[in-house]
Write a protein that binds this ligand. Sequence first.
Ligand SMILES: C[S@@+](CC[C@H](N)C(=O)[O-])C[C@H]1O[C@@H](n2cnc3c(N)ncnc32)[C@H](O)[C@@H]1O
Length: 246
Amino acid sequence: MNSIPANRRLWNRISRAYQQEHDPHIGAAPRLWGMYALPDAQLHAMGEVTGRRVLELGCGAGQWSRALAAEGATVVGLDLSEAQLAAAAEAMGTVRHPLVQGAAEQLPFAADSFDLVFCDFGGLSWAPPHLAVPEAARVLGPGGRLVFNVASPWFEACYDEAAARVTTTLRQDYFGLDTIAEGDGATSYQLTYGDWVRVLRGAGLVIDDLIEPRPGPGTPNGYNETDPPDWAHRWPAELLWVTHKP
Ligand SMILES: C[S@@+](CC[C@H](N)C(=O)[O-])C[C@H]1O[C@@H](n2cnc3c(N)ncnc32)[C@H](O)[C@@H]1O
């Protein structure tokens, strides 16, 4: 399915309110992952980036891209939404890097353009993974890494639409989470564990790690209410994949 037009419209519409609500949390410090803003220094997913060619897929307001550019990476931030890219451009300081409007499922880059492709609830949550993962693999050079964080199937399956919170009751079928309607035709994507493995391996990538970020019991979720509040301390809310192209 082609979710590009609807996803662009959604993010253009919500960008300002989204950044007002979430930017302070996402950008509170460099290199914070996911809904619980866990430091990469704790998760050890990203590694050294100085001197590397880096692409952020679905960079939003560019909090991650700016942090890696400041460390000396040659960063490109790609996003579908011009409103999100405008937020990224506005937030850039003296260290400037290119911003490109495009879709994770149709990357406008040649093969072997990057040493690291990554995202945090970006293009691999908002583009069909069976298209976006091969595209990421194509633009990586040999030895390049694809690192990305997405919601876990546990989290999605336990989401209670009516109450707008995550509980301890399974609500959605695990087999069938594939597309999640986000309103007005916009779509996000989710795979089973097995399908992620097959899509990654099918694109020729080697899986180095599957990190399951575990916040401390009192760590707030910046996006969703959970019941119990320490839900993600007890069950995995996110999947942080670490892979490379041989
Ligand atoms: C949740 S934000 C991720 C950015 C940042 N890490 C954050 O948490 O705000 C999702 C981003 O993905 C972008 N996006 C949606 N669909 C996309 C697609 N098909 N390709 C690239 N980016 C896309 C949206 O415009 C949005 O900026």
